[in-house]
Design a protein around this ligand. Structure first.
Ligand code: ZN
Length: 453
């Protein structure tokens, strides 16, 4: 029995559900998926959107986005970031605690951020808190205020107002996480190997990508993951490795999983799509930390993703004004590290995934269901009755070349400009409200500000 008249029905020959892909009619009422019925189960008179052969996916859940507002709104902002999200099929994002000023390190700062975001989000937005050396006394109130967990750095974060934790401070934060029952997400590079490698660069040409790559060796990530595995063992908390690049750390993650330790990891579109060998001299749009590594490393990350050693894929959208990328001298060592890809992540990952035989069901697990489950977003991440009607109509077979003027990001800087990608986002709905129509952001900002439940 299907429920009473839906507000509208959205149907496609390719609805991607947790059980697989099938022709279905998705009934939407009051912003919620009321039912996923057979293709022909459409009540007489119900408004119907025909998706045809385009696939209907759950809206992507991107738990790693740097919005930067307030304080560095000239880098990105809630309006531009969430418009990019809507255009790219991302219906929920979680904002990182750093690069905005203030950083999200106290409950008062969170209130400032929420006030800045209010009314200008096209998709749903939640917030991570930050754990820095001087805010131990603030963590509980920040947790109570609804952040989804806490982010910490083991190495210089790149901004002065968000300091990294030394070993003692990290242990203290872990103790507090255990008390709160909170998740700790960590930028997993240690400073030691980076300092040694940087000292060894000598007068290597800073315009060459290889110079930058040599300065951030895999050992920095591997050492950090070892430290985090030990932290989980000692404190019994959930630790999450953000933006894993070094495939050498996968063995440690697999061993930790076999031991039953609660450590998870994400990787990002750029680590799955780009390769160090292909980065032209001076092409600093490719700079991020940890770095994009060699093609062989990339293939091992794909193995990690397919095998479950890596849990999911998120953008780590980390934009900046163009001049901070040093376009004039192409100096990789001085350029800001961060890749903008919030709007393109679905197409980038799909392009690479289909080349390797993965399915749209895999995309849904890696980019919607997995991150939603990780963050405790129980209403998000899958096309199922009872979930929010966060949906993306995606034509997987169309190919197009990325153009600057299609990007909603504040700065149209991306390593993917000029790349030919598979897939087109035909439409995006957030809780049943259409926010993207044929490549253009539509309607009013319908996004809500989310709290951890
Ligand atoms: Zn980040």
């Amino acid at each position: 029995m299907l429920p009473a008249m839906p507000d509208f029905v959205l149907r496609s020959r390719r609805v991607v559900t947790p059980e697989g892909e099938r022709p279905a009619a998705v009934h939407i009422r009051a912003g919620v998926i009321a039912a996923v019925g057979d293709f022909d189960d459409v009540p007489a008179g119900a408004p119907t959107v025909e998706g045809g052969e385009a696939a209907l996916l759950p809206g992507l859940v991107d738990i790693h986005v740097h919005v930067n507002e307030p304080g560095r709104t000239d880098w990105e902002g809630f309006a531009t970031a969430t418009r990019a999200a809507a255009a790219g099929g991302v219906t929920t994002l979680l904002d990182m605690p750093l690069n905005s000023i203030p950083p999200t390190t106290t409950a008062a700062h969170l209130a400032v951020k929420r006030a800045a975001a209010e009314g200008q989000c096209w998709v749903d937005v939640g917030f991570w808190g930050g754990a820095v050396p001087d805010n131990a006394a603030d963590l509980k109130a920040l947790h109570d205020a609804g952040v989804f967990g806490f982010k910490a750095f083991l190495v210089d974060s790149g901004v002065a107002e968000f300091a990294c934790l030394d070993t003692a401070a990290l242990a203290a934060v872990a103790g507090e996480m255990a008390v709160l029952g909170a998740t700790l997400i960590v930028h997993a590079e240690t400073p030691g190997p980076i300092a040694v490698a940087t000292a060894a660069l000598g007068h290597a040409d800073p315009r060459r990508y290889a110079t930058y790559l040599a300065s951030r060796p895999p050992a920095a990530e591997e050492q950090a993951v070892a430290q985090l595995v030990e932290l989980v063992r000692a404190h019994g908390i959930h630790v999450h490795v953000v933006h894993l690049s070094a495939a050498g750390a996968l063995a440690q993650l697999r061993a930790a999983h076999a031991e039953g330790l609660t450590i998870t990891a994400e990787t990002c579109p750029h680590y799955l799509a780009l390769a160090a060998e292909d980065v032209p001299d001076g092409a600093t749009a490719h700079k991020c930390a940890p770095p994009v590594r060699e093609a062989a490393n990339r293939e091992r990350l794909w193995d990690g993703l397919r095998s479950g050693a890596i849990d999911f894929v998120v953008s780590d959208h980390s934009p900046c004004p163009s001049d901070l990328k040093r376009p004039d001298d192409g100096d990789f060592l001085q350029a800001w590290g961060g890749i903008s890809s919030l709007q393109l992540g679905l197409r980038v990952v799909w392009t690479e995934a289909r080349r390797r035989g993965a399915s749209l069901g895999d995309i849904a697990r890696w980019m919607a269901e997995g991150p939603a489950r990780f963050a405790g977003l129980e209403r998000k991440g899958s096309v199922e009755a009872g979930k929010d009607a966060d949906l993306v109509l995606f034509d997987p077979d169309v190919e197009s070349t990325v153009q600057r003027d299609e990007l909603e990001h504040r700065h149209k800087l991306s390593p993917y400009l000029g790349h030919t990608l598979a897939g087109r986002v035909v439409a995006t709905w957030v809780r049943g409200v259409r926010v993207q129509r044929n490549g253009h952001v539509a309607g009013d900002p319908a996004g809500r500000l989310l709290e951890r439940t």
